[in-house]
Design a protein around this ligand. Structure first.
Ligand code: ADP
Length: 283
């Protein structure tokens, strides 16, 4: 699938642009429409006034060996998994599945699973492994054969084992696990200022990523919500759970040799590390 995307991250603009150009030259199967756009971009003469930054078509969705990327993003609640995932999708053709978004969608639609999960999500407790494994299994089935990343799942060793056997049964094991290592002192402030557009999962932060119009989603104009579980009590519980149940996954995946950690106090500092990592792995 061809993804046309505008790179907004100014520090990376030139490197992204260079890579995009290189990718475009390598790609033989560009659609004619995007080829035209790419050609006109490359033909730009130096005398032409520098207009608005061009839209850059990017088609990068497989690993070097032709295998789709099957990746997890791990990290404490509020570490910025959703933010990284959104930025990555501006540059790479990866489908992102967030277990929290899947649950919130099911709750909003009052599906059977959503009704069963509702109380646990609101209180910051974990939803039962059975419910979440089934939901994620269905999501992965829908995107079989594509590059994907999972955010928020697995949350404990039992879920990791369930995911492993799900993937092994189709001969498509994980090939990357990325851990976001963010100081906890930074995380609480972020949580208090976080708002979400539930239908899309778009996340805003009042300090560093505010919506254009206060209280509404930039794309749809629909209202933003402060997540019911983004309050100090519920957050404390989620953090404790993370330490008790999810952090042990680092050891689990370290043993399989697919784990990489990126550390930093902000998503802006972590993103270039993440980008460079994917850049090396993608064709
Ligand atoms: P955060 O990463 O900020 O905790 P998420 O959006 O990932 O938020 O999850 C919100 C809530 O959804 C969790 O507190 C939990 O109740 C539920 N949840 C999400 N993923 C899982 C999972 N893999 N297993 C069990 N419960 C989950």
């Amino acid at each position: 699938m061809l993804r046309s995307s505008r790179i907004r991250h100014s520090g990376l603009t030139s490197v992204v642009h260079r890579h995009a150009q290189a990718s475009l030259r390598r790609l033989s199967s560009l659609s004619s429409a995007s080829q035209t756009a790419a050609d006109s971009d490359m033909r730009q003469s130096p005398q032409q006034p520098q207009q608005q930054e061009p839209e850059i078509p990017i088609l990068r969705g497989v690993c070097h060996n032709g295998t789709p990327l099957r990746m997890l993003i791990l990290g404490a609640p509020g570490a910025g998994k959703g933010t990284q995932s959104a930025r990555i999708r501006q540059s790479f053709d990866i489908t992102a599945i967030s277990s929290g978004d899947v649950l919130r969608r099911n709750i909003a639609e009052q599906t059977m699973a959503g009704r069963r999960a509702q109380a646990a999500v609101a209180s910051g407790a974990l939803v039962s492994d059975e419910i979440i494994v089934e939901l994620i299994h269905a999501e992965l089935n829908n995107i079989a054969g594509r590059s994907w990343l999972l955010d928020g799942f697995p949350r404990n060793i039992a879920q990791a084992q369930a995911l492993d056997s799900m993937l092994e049964s189709v001969g498509q094991p994980l090939n990357a696990v990325v851990n976001l290592d963010v100081p906890e002192s930074v995380i609480l402030q972020r949580i208090v200022e976080r708002y979400v557009h539930v239908p899309s999962g778009r996340v805003y932060n009042l300090s560093y990523n505010p919506p254009k119009v206060p209280g509404v989603d930039d794309i749809t104009g629909e209202p933003l919500e402060h997540r019911p579980d983004d309050n100090p009590e519920s957050f404390k519980r989620r953090l404790e759970q993370y330490h008790a149940l999810t952090r042990p996954l680092l050891k689990y995946y370290h043993a399989t040799g697919v784990l990489t950690s990126f550390a930093g106090p902000t998503s802006d500092i972590i993103f270039p590390q993440f980008y460079a990592y994917l850049d090396q792995r993608f064709e």
